[in-house]
Design a protein around this ligand. Structure first.
Ligand SMILES: [Zn+2]
Length: 138
């Protein structure tokens, strides 16, 4: 997410904090918080420890309170994303199982078909031998 300077309409990373065009316009804290929350979200989901992220945020000039807020927001978003991924997996799993079941039913049908063909062929063959040889195969 980029910040936009209202004066020169330059798009820039809010992490920079100040417009590189005019060097006057500063990004409002909100967009920086939003930016940091998004950053923290991806860092948390890639397995970074919250303590490490907290220290980083404090180094960037956030108070410990707002750093904490950013991290708990980010944590909530990660959980929400994970839940969404989980539900997608459940849906995919369910449809795979249904497809598998359907395929199983179809292949059972094929087996029945082959079975009937095999029995039919055996009967036909026996009949043919009986016809040709005139023997009673019983
Ligand atoms: Zn500017």
């Amino acid at each position: 997410m980029l910040a936009v300077c209202p004066q020169c309409e330059v798009h820039f990373s809010p992490e920079v904090g100040i417009c590189p065009g005019c060097e006057v316009y500063r990004t409002p804290l909100d967009s920086t918080v939003e930016y940091e929350t998004i950053q923290a979200e991806s860092l948390i989901s890639s397995g970074r420890s919250k303590d490490e992220l907290l220290i980083n945020l404090v180094h960037k000039g956030f108070s410990e309170l707002s750093a904490d807020q950013i991290l708990s927001d980010a944590g909530q978003r990660v959980r929400r994303t994970n839940r969404r991924t989980g539900s997608y997996r459940m849906v995919t799993g369910t449809s795979l199982m249904m497809a598998g079941g359907l395929l199983g039913a179809v292949s059972m049908g094929i087996l029945t078909l082959y079975g009937m063909l095999a029995i039919g062929f055996t009967l036909f063959l026996a009949g043919l031998i009986q016809f040709v040889t005139g023997a009673n195969l019983g």
